[in-house]
Design a protein around this ligand. Structure first.
Ligand SMILES: [Zn+2]
Ligand SMILES: [Zn+2]
Length: 370
């Protein structure tokens, strides 16, 4: 049989020098000191809120069965427990990473004693929990009946942080623009007591195609795909929410909004200057930059609404419901195409692509002729 040898990467420091009830040890924050030769392995660790510490129970002994503080006198196989007594004396504990200072991590919830050799540290994997939560059959049934039920509840209770986390799933990153879209849309939805059924009875008119609009799309449920999103290529961080009666509410960002956000997060400004403007690529500085950047994005949600936005009542010209057009087959490429997007040639329909016809194009630069 193969034997393995491990070399510690660091050690635990706290005030418990000998084994104790693990619950007592957990109550005190511990420091995990990583040896200098492993410094590189810490790069970016401060961006994690929770990490797993893998360590060696250096004062324990090997056994196969034990009782535990929760069930004294009841013997169990150690594979069914978290006991420090086990055939391989390895401990794994998920902890909250409070702070990194150089090679020292301040962690909460660790149940290892002073001097414990640390074998490894990992970013905590919660994907199975996330999967099982999403697959909760009762909740899943509810979502099938009303896909926006969670979003609706969150709008109503103004839980903008939860909304932003979900909006980030379509946006791909977190930024103050997304936060502002979430805030503006949450405000307007509550103000109009609106709810989107994805059937064009609630319309959002957005005036920008930047990050802001993803927050608006997610929260209002008015999207490109359900024809309830109208895009005016005006380059303003603003949107209007309206029902079919045309009485809309327009929420626009104040001219000074950017300064308000910058002033609220001075650390970000300093790091931005070093990392982005001066191109300082020090890994610890970059990790700190990413962390403060995230704090600034979510922190934007906590800034007073009135400091960032202006609200006005407006009348909106409501377009007709999106027409359902007949589909025809392009005689050149054989693809199915919406009839008004074809040229009739007498011999049949030809799509704009095959016919070399001009069409409108929306991309990062706005709308143009493609
Ligand atoms: Zn963004
Ligand atoms: Zn074609």
């Amino acid at each position: 049989m193969q034997n393995f040898q491990f070399e510690p990467v660091g050690e635990v420091r706290n005030s418990f020098d000998s084994p104790e009830d693990y619950r007592k040890i957990k109550e005190e924050d511990s420091r995990v000191v990583i040896y200098d030769r492993y410094t590189e392995a810490l790069t970016g660790i401060e961006e994690n809120d929770y990490i797993d510490i893998v360590y060696f129970f250096h004062k324990s002994r090997k056994t196969l069965q034990t009782d535990t503080p929760n069930n004294p006198g009841v013997m169990r196989g150690v594979f069914a427990t978290r006991s420090p007594k086990r055939p391989n004396l390895i401990g794994v504990t998920t902890v909250k990473l409070m702070r990194r200072s150089g090679n020292e991590l301040l962690v909460r919830g660790l149940d290892a004693i002073n001097g414990t050799p640390v074998l490894d540290i990992k970013n905590c994997d919660t994907s199975l929990f996330a999967y099982e939560y999403d697959n909760n059959p009762v909740h899943r049934g509810k979502l099938k009946g009303s896909p926006r039920i969670d979003i609706r509840n969150e709008i109503h209770s103004q839980r903008t942080e939860s909304l932003m986390i979900k909006a980030g799933q379509i946006h791909g990153h977190f930024c103050p623009g997304l936060a502002m879209g979430v805030m503006a849309a949450t405000y307007a939805m509550n103000e109009k007591e609106a709810e989107s059924d994805g059937m064009e009875d609630l319309l959002a008119v957005t005036e920008t195609n930047n990050c802001f609009s993803d927050g608006v799309q997610f929260v209002t449920g008015c999207t490109f795909g359900n024809n309830a999103l109208i895009f005016k290529d005006l380059g303003k961080m603003a949107f209007t929410l309206t029902k079919r009666d045309g009485h809309g509410i327009r929420v626009s960002s104040r001219a000074e909004a950017r300064e308000v956000i910058n002033e609220a997060f001075p650390d970000y400004q300093n790091l931005y200057q070093k990392v982005v403007e001066e191109q300082n690529r020090d890994p610890q500085l970059m990790a700190a930059y990413r962390k403060t950047s995230l704090e600034r994005s979510f922190g934007t949600l906590t800034i007073d609404f009135e400091k960032l936005f202006k609200v006005e009542r407006v009348e909106v010209d409501i377009p007709g419901y999106a027409k359902i057009y007949e589909s025809v087959i392009c005689r050149l490429c054989g693809e199915s195409v919406m009839k008004p997007r074809t040229c009739e040639t007498g011999e049949g329909y030809v799509c704009f692509t095959c016919g070399g016809h001009s069409y409108s194009l929306l991309d990062g630069n706005g709308i143009s002729a493609g």
